[in-house]
Design a protein around this ligand. Structure first.
Ligand code: ATP
Ligand code: MG
Length: 335
């Protein structure tokens, strides 16, 4: 079987520590070669296909039987869905979620609408495009983020706002810099967890707690760009994650139930990682669904989905194999 590994590679001179978040969602050459190596334990041939403007031709001429897709996309509001759309057009089956799911999960507002329609808790919110009036039932403090980004792109220490003046200022800056509407959400102060799901129906991997107490004084108490990529980096060595999370059975099962219902509601496939916090009632409230979770292999980098898989007893090769085989089974290629 000949497999295309569709991905977007970080430019060689790019440094996340610089604070430049332009390519925050792309994968490093070392992650891509680790996935390729892992896939080669499950199939005979893997070719890396860069998911840029030339991708369609490469896929069309490549004689591929299958694609292992981790492509984030280079531009456009549904950029994660573009490679899957090309693969469908070419009749090449692929791993991970489909076009509709990837388009919805890259749009935080639409994701939240699907959650609400399925009775899953998510923080109260509003989408601000220009200078709409703030919904009167939204309570400060509020949290601001670009509606269509991931990997904490656009989320900074200033995302948490305590007043209408602050909100206006930060929203104006965000719209100008990221050229898209801003999602305003009520800020949840409860414990934060991230949950990995694997397979169909999904296995809920050990829950990861994300905690901010160990960070230096003055660091934000939420996962903004600085916390994710600078404090929690190989150099700085602050680890904000604990896995398995210290939670009792009751909370663990409520988190797992919320995560599974989210996976089903959004028709996610094969793998996903979602973020939630406990709300004022102590119930899990989902604010982010990543249908293309980061897959950095080195445990020292604290990539959350692999971290949860390691805690469940999978090696990196086994994790990639599980995703691959789940997709092959779903496509009827493997029984
Ligand atoms: N409504 C909220 N209440 C409290 N904290 C929040 C809220 N929304 C986001 N956060 C904080 O901001 C962080 C980043 O938000 P979010 O997960 O939505 O962004 P992202 O860029 O899509 O993340 P990812 O890296 O998972 O793709 C969260 O991990 C959490 O710490
Ligand atoms: Mg997130």
């Amino acid at each position: 079987m000949k497999v295309a590994l569709t991905c977007n590679t970080l430019p060689p001179d790019y440094s996340r520590e610089s604070g430049d978040d332009t390519f925050a969602e792309f994968d490093s050459p070392s992650t891509i070669s680790a996935i390729k190596k892992a896939l080669l334990t499950h199939c005979d041939s893997v070719e890396v296909v860069e998911a840029d403007e030339e991708a369609y031709e490469r896929l069309r001429r490549g004689n591929f039987d299958f694609a292992f897709n981790i492509a984030e996309g280079v531009r456009g509001e549904a950029r994660e869905a573009q490679i899957p759309a090309m693969l469908e057009m070419l009749g090449i089956p692929y791993s991970g979620s489909g076009v509709t799911t990837l388009a919805i999960t890259l749009d935080k507002r639409r994701t939240k609408e699907v959650l609400l329609a399925n009775g899953i808790r998510t923080p109260k919110f509003q989408l601000l495009s220009r200078s709409e009036d703030l919904r009167s039932d939204l309570k400060f403090p509020l949290f601001l983020k670009p509606n269509g980004e991931g990997s904490s792109r656009g989320i900074t220490a200033r995302s948490l706002v305590g007043s209408e003046e602050e909100l206006e200022e930060v929203a104006r800056e965000m719209v100008a810099k990221y050229r898209q509407p801003v999602l305003v959400e009520e800020y949840l102060t409860g414990r934060e967890f991230t949950v990995g799901l694997l397979g169909n129906p999904p296995e809920v991997l050990p829950v990861v707690e994300v905690g901010f107490e160990g960070l230096p004084p003055g660091a934000p108490k939420f996962d903004c760009y600085e916390v994710k990529w600078i404090y929690d980096s190989l150099e700085a060595r602050y680890d904000t994650t604990v896995c398995p999370a210290r939670v009792d059975d009751d909370l663990r099962s409520r988190i797992a139930d919320t995560a599974t219902r989210t996976f089903e509601a959004l028709e996610v496939r094969d793998l996903c990682r979602l973020d939630l916090r406990l709300d004022g009632d102590g119930e899990p409230s989902v604010f982010d669904v990543n249908a293309l979770p980061g897959l950095i292999p080195d445990p020292a980098e604290n990539s959350r989905f692999p971290k949860a898989a390691y805690a469940a007893g999978y090696s990196y090769e086994e994790l990639i194999g599980e995703v691959f085989n789940a997709a092959l089974r779903r496509e009827g290629i493997l029984r």
